[in-house]
Design a protein around this ligand. Structure first.
Ligand code: 0L1
Ligand code: MG
Length: 268
């Protein structure tokens, strides 16, 4: 077993760190990365904190609606200085309608990224989930924008800390045009993001681990390590196609996806 698969934190530490992350998420304040206090924290420890965070939110009435793959493109890994993708959970409280005004008052330093979202029609369970398994289990795909919000000061973090912070998940907006996977070449979809009418970044869906369905398969296989499956009906974001773009009150964002239409929102 590699070191990163080992749990080193005690149950008390996992609960204490989940409380710390929840406080920062709810209060929209920055904290220092968790590895400052626990330098030998592993990826397994990060997922233990994330699972406790999920348990706490669900106990408070939040509903799990799906999952996200994060850090799946070379651009994102380089931007953040990490080399392995991650996953995080999505709840009903994070969803925002298309074309809505999204408050930044309850966020620390939000950034937006364009993603292909999958809606599942069959349960999936790893290990050994493949791209084809994902495509067979997909009801339809749609374009989405993820609003990430790392709770760590100055974006100074490492993979274990980011996973504990639920992969920086904060808000998400699905929209555009839903399509069946067999009607698309999911590898070559072009995406352009505009901020205040100017193009700020662009890319192609192959940036996400070569194919967005591969990122979903990776997510299902990480879920299996956590002894979880991906149920039918889940909404899954497959990872940012380009680097993430910072937003502030007054900014408006339009993400234009080839074949899938566009997703818009403004920040207040
Ligand atoms: O969605 C993601 O790619 C996760 C990003 C985690 C790091 C960040 O805050 O940018
Ligand atoms: Mg993302």
């Amino acid at each position: 077993m590699s070191r990163n698969n080992e749990l080193t934190l005690s149950r008390e530490d996992v609960v204490r760190l989940a409380e710390r992350v929840e406080g920062a998420q709810r209060g929209a304040y920055a904290i220092t990365k968790l590895t400052d206090e626990y330098p030998s924290m592993t990826i397994a420890d990060g997922y233990a904190v994330q699972s406790e965070l999920r348990r706490r939110y669900i106990a408070q009435g939040h509903r799990l609606v799906g999952w996200k793959a994060g850090l799946t493109s070379k651009a994102k890994m380089q931007q953040m200085g990490v080399d392995v993708p991650s996953i995080g959970f999505l709840t009903d409280r994070m969803a925002r309608p298309e074309n809505s005004a999204i408050s930044t008052a309850d966020l620390v330093h939000p950034r937006v990224e364009c993603e292909v979202a999958f809606v599942m029609k069959k349960d999936l369970r790893g290990p050994a989930c493949t791209r084809q398994d994902v495509l067979d289990a997909t009801d339809y795909v749609l374009p989405a924008v993820e609003i990430i919000d790392s709770r760590f000061s100055g974006f100074k973090f490492d993979l274990a800390s980011v996973i504990a912070d639920n992969g920086s998940s904060a808000r998400f907006v699905g929209g555009g045009r839903a399509r069946y996977v067999e009607d698309l070449d999911l590898r070559t979809l072009g995406v352009v993001m505009e901020k205040n009418g100017e193009i700020v970044t662009m890319g192609a869906s192959a940036a996400v681990l070569g194919h967005p369905a591969d990122a979903v398969a990776m997510l299902v296989n990480i879920l299996a390590d956590l002894d979880e499956g991906l149920p039918a009906g889940s909404f899954v974001m497959s990872g940012g196609i380009t680097e993430a773009i910072a937003v502030k009150p007054g900014d408006s964002i339009v993400a234009r996806f080839q074949e899938l239409g566009s997703v818009s929102m403004r920040f207040v």
